[in-house]
Write a new protein. Structure first.
Length: 76
């Protein structure tokens, strides 16, 4: 019988990556994008070359996250 691991970071349908509530929206504010709108890729690429290392890290994460498969399995 297989046991379920307690405190598993990966939940059903989730990626396992959690962003602290204090950091949510900081990249959007830095990009001066409206709430609820996606930050344009061109803007993220500019931010990736920022002098601020935190902004660079956040922009790189956002660009990588766009590539992740959303939802369930791909249909063949």
């Amino acid at each position: 019988m297989a046991r379920k691991r307690k405190g598993s970071s990966r939940r059903k349908g989730g990626s396992g990556i959690r962003i602290k509530p204090a950091n949510k929206g900081k990249l959007r504010k830095a990009a001066k994008a409206k709430k609820g709108r996606k930050i344009p890729v061109k803007k993220l690429q500019q931010m990736k070359r920022s002098k601020n290392p935190k902004t660079r890290k956040r922009a790189t994460f956002a660009l990588n996250a766009r590539k992740w498969r959303k939802g369930g399995r791909k249909k063949r």
